[in-house]
Write a protein of this length. Structure first.
Length: 432
């Protein structure tokens, strides 16, 4: 679906979650085509959770030579083909990892060899030490216990020189850094960190270091958003709290757009709530106000800010206007913003993995919307994954998120869930 703020499908009263995903992904692709994100070379230890900017090619063969896959005895496997009964070989030396055996190995001879040690040219087979009877001078084994070529790791078996070791777009994990180090690569080309500006809007919001006034609430959303963005290893620009008047909002949006690739605001996107918010955003760019068929998190604004004084019109700042309720902010971030940020940052694997678990109790669900219920995933006495809802699911009950370790995701067309039914589950770990 092509994104347009005036697309009648996007302006419908019941935009499906999958339609919203499609429209957001389409606009992000447009932004990337017009302004691709730069890459930079960083030391290996600074590249964790960054997005790899180009394919990493191996400069060497891995392993660099034939070597033993285990501790044992190396010999020419042709001796396994002759005769029957036990095979006896003379031990003529030892090969260690980093200290190869120097010398000739004739027929009827073998060497003791350690895991990772180079295989002599005349040897192609290793028998594990636990399968032999050995003295200081010779060893005996049953030739039927293995075949020629067993327990030898071949040169380039894991990775050949010049071949792709890690694909561009990968969000780098500890194992990737270890792989790069094993190839002797000290620096990696990664995508520049996205700069993401955040702000909260509303006259009722109070900084957490001030005393609450009557009717006021503490601003928790910026802290949740900052933490979720830090999990993605992005650069956060905190623009604070903005009061409910058009001049303040316009000034804050313009300043944020100058500093950041993406602006995320919370509050002020519900129907009939502070109409000037919509007016200001439409003055600054193409922003649509959506009603999404989901719970929690129904209202959301999305688009680009481009008519910003002091900023090139060709450079667009993505804008997400999230609901004001704390849980709805986290759900909409998890469902839409996270994937868009990863896509904009050049990542290939942007959607969080799902697993399944059995519902411990019935769950009420109306068809026609996607629901994200906070829940606790565990195992029953039989070791099966089970999940239970964390009580009240109100969009303002942030404690329900703190107690939970996952979402139960109930699809658009699903109806009531019975105890024992299998449901889709998305774990918080690594996401929130």
């Amino acid at each position: 679906m092509k994104y347009s703020p005036n697309n009648p499908i996007l302006l419908s009263s019941s935009l499906r979650v999958d339609q919203a995903h499609e429209a957001i992904a389409g606009l992000v692709n447009e932004v990337l085509r017009e302004s691709p994100l730069d890459s930079e070379l960083v030391p290996l230890n600074d590249s964790l959770n960054r997005v790899l900017g180009e394919d990493l090619l191996s400069p060497i063969d891995v392993p660099s030579a034939d070597n033993s896959a285990m501790d044992g005895y190396a010999f020419d496997g042709t001796c396994l083909k002759s005769g029957s009964g036990k095979t006896q070989l003379k031990i003529v030396g030892t090969a260690y990892a980093g200290k190869p055996f120097i010398g000739e190995i004739a027929a009827g001879e073998c060497i003791k060899i350690m895991t990772g040690a180079l295989m002599p040219n005349t040897c192609d087979t290793v028998i594990p030490q636990e399968l032999v009877s050995a003295t200081e001078y010779d060893m005996i084994f049953d030739p039927s216990a293995l075949k020629a070529g067993d327990n030898r790791r071949l040169k380039g078996e894991d990775l050949q020189s010049g071949k792709q070791a890690i694909i561009a777009g990968r969000i780098l994990r500890p194992s990737d850094l270890g792989l790069a180090a094993s190839l002797g690569i000290p620096n990696l080309m990664v995508k520049r960190k996205l700069r993401v500006a955040i702000l909260s809007s509303g006259d009722e919001l109070t900084p957490i270091d001030e005393t609450l006034s009557e009717g006021g609430i503490y601003d928790s959303n910026r802290y949740s958003l900052t933490a979720m963005l830090n999990r993605l290893d992005l650069e956060v620009v905190d623009c604070g709290i903005v009061r409910d008047n058009p001049d303040s909002l316009k000034a804050a949006f313009c300043e944020a757009a100058k500093k950041a690739d993406v602006l995320i605001s919370s509050g002020g996107v519900s129907v009939g709530e502070a109409d000037f918010t919509k007016q200001v955003l439409q003055e600054l760019g193409d922003v649509g106000f959506w009603k999404i068929a989901m719970r929690p998190g129904r209202p959301m604004a999305f688009g680009t800010l481009k008519a910003v004084p002091g900023k090139s019109p060709s450079h667009k700042t993505l804008f997400f206007g999230l609901p004001g309720n704390p849980v709805a902010v986290m759900v909409t971030f998890y469902q839409f913003v996270r994937s868009a940020l990863l896509q904009l940052n050049g990542a290939k694997d942007i959607r969080p993995p799902l697993t399944q678990a059995m519902a411990e109790q019935p769950i009420r669900k109306k068809p026609g919307r996607t629901e994200f219920q906070r829940a606790i995933l565990s195992r029953d006495p039989l070791g099966r994954p089970v999940v239970r809802i964390t009580g009240s699911q109100g969009a303002g009950i942030l404690r329900s998120m703190s107690e939970a370790n996952c979402f139960v995701i109930l699809g658009h067309d699903q109806e009531n869930i019975a105890a024992g039914d299998w449901v889709d589950v998305a774990l918080f770990e690594g996401l929130l």
